[in-house]
Design a protein around this ligand. Structure first.
Ligand SMILES: NC(=O)c1ccc[n+]([C@@H]2O[C@H](COP(=O)([O-])OP(=O)(O)OC[C@H]3O[C@@H](n4cnc5c(N)ncnc54)[C@H](O)[C@@H]3O)[C@@H](O)[C@H]2O)c1
Length: 350
């Protein structure tokens, strides 16, 4: 059973563990600020009225100094054990590297919920242990796979994609900066918009070795959807040239481009084919932009988690769902190791 907050009228006592870029650094990025109203956890933690941000934990003294001076957080400590409010904390936000997240969660004795940065843990086994621990302990888990909180992406999932392009015929995507690091976002997006993935295949033995994560790299791959058997292909691009994480969908009634991780969304309806014969073509030369809402997504991820803590709604991005996306990533690395073998995506014990 999920643990309930001690007093549902009080703002949720919250700790931010790890105080680096996604925790607070991106708040200072003026370029990002043009499109991301909420680029960092610290921005949501200061803006949301139902959150009481009490604590920051980070072993880096400069991060602790920033917490005290820039964000007025007095309880800033180098370890969870050393923080003053450890026993009061109901929500822990884990913006650390993914090596020790289970230990971090277990160090808070009264947690009701965690918001965990992707990836969940260093591999699928450790991710599963983490989610099992939270289930046994009644701790709700929201995973920051950001597009699951984005209002526009949610509307696409809830029928707008079908309304715009009809039934899916095929889709393909680009990604870079590592399969575990960024490819995971695109795989999760495919699952969100198109349904579960039955099997995967690495399409080349090549490796594009760019990623902030150890042992991570990018390669071309294919995903086969469980329900329709349709295949979605992805190609890696080097972020040294330009960055892209995106997907192009072709349906029976047109095309939708979901680009720049959801910051650029373009709809292309059908028009009469210029080759005559009464046929139709996709109006590739006349895209209709759809206003992006990604800047709000992180706020929505918190807002939804707070509502779920009070039993008012389902979570947008559950631990179980993130495990399924992690299993797809792990199956892809296995396929790559085995020279492109087709691998089923199954979660043991699920
Ligand atoms: N959801 C997204 O779109 C998104 C975007 C960026 C990063 N991330 C993820 O967020 C996580 C952090 O990434 P980042 O770019 O902010 O990294 P970062 O290196 O900028 O920050 C990590 C911080 O954690 C601190 N830290 C390390 N070990 C710690 C521990 N045991 N306890 C407390 N603090 C500890 C470090 O000192 C550092 O300040 C990664 O898992 C990354 O993949 C997610």
């Amino acid at each position: 059973m999920p643990r309930k907050p001690s007093d549902s009228n009080q703002p949720c006592a919250t700790a931010l563990v790890g105080f680096g870029k996604i925790a607070q650094g991106y708040s200072q990025d003026k370029v990002m600020a043009r499109v991301m109203k909420f680029a960092s956890h610290a921005q949501v933690l200061t803006a949301h009225p139902a959150l009481n941000w009490l604590t920051v934990i980070d072993p880096n003294p400069l991060a602790l100094q920033a917490a005290r001076q820039d964000w007025s957080i007095e309880d800033a400590a180098e370890s969870i054990e050393a923080c003053r409010h450890r026993h009061r904390i109901e929500l822990a936000v884990l913006a650390t590297p993914p090596q020790a997240r289970l230990k971090e969660i277990a160090a808070f004795p009264n947690l009701k919920a965690v918001l965990i940065e992707k990836p969940l843990a260093k591999d699928l086994k450790a991710s599963q242990e983490l989610i099992d621990y939270c289930r046994r302990s009644g701790i709700q888990v929201q995973v920051n796979l950001l597009r699951r909180g984005d209002p526009l992406t949610r509307s696409l999932k809830e029928g707008r994609l079908q309304e715009l392009i009809g039934s899916l015929q095929c889709a393909s995507g680009l990604y870079g900066n590592g399969l575990k690091n960024n490819g995971l976002h695109m795989i999760d997006l495919v699952r969100m918009l198109l349904g579960e993935i039955a099997s995967v295949q690495a399409l080349s033995p090549t490796k594009l070795e760019e990623s902030p994560m150890d042992g991570d790299f990018s390669f071309p791959f294919a995903l086969t959807l469980a329900e329709t058997g349709k295949t979605i292909t992805f190609s890696p691009v080097s972020f040294k040239n330009w960055r892209e994480n995106g997907l192009q969908f072709y349906g029976t009634n047109g095309r939708l481009d979901y680009l720049h991780g959801g910051l650029t969304v373009l709809h292309y309806p059908l028009s009469e084919s210029r080759m005559g014969g009464g046929e139709m073509e996709v109006a590739h030369d006349r895209p209709e932009p759809i206003a992006a809402t990604m800047g709000e997504a992180l706020y929505q991820i918190y807002d939804n988690l707070l509502a779920a803590i009070h039993g008012q709604t389902e979570l947008f991005s559950t631990g179980h769902s993130a495990l399924l996306s992690t299993a797809v990533v792990e199956a892809l690395f296995a396929s790559h190791r085995e020279g492109g073998a087709v691998k089923a995506c199954r979660l043991e014990g699920a």
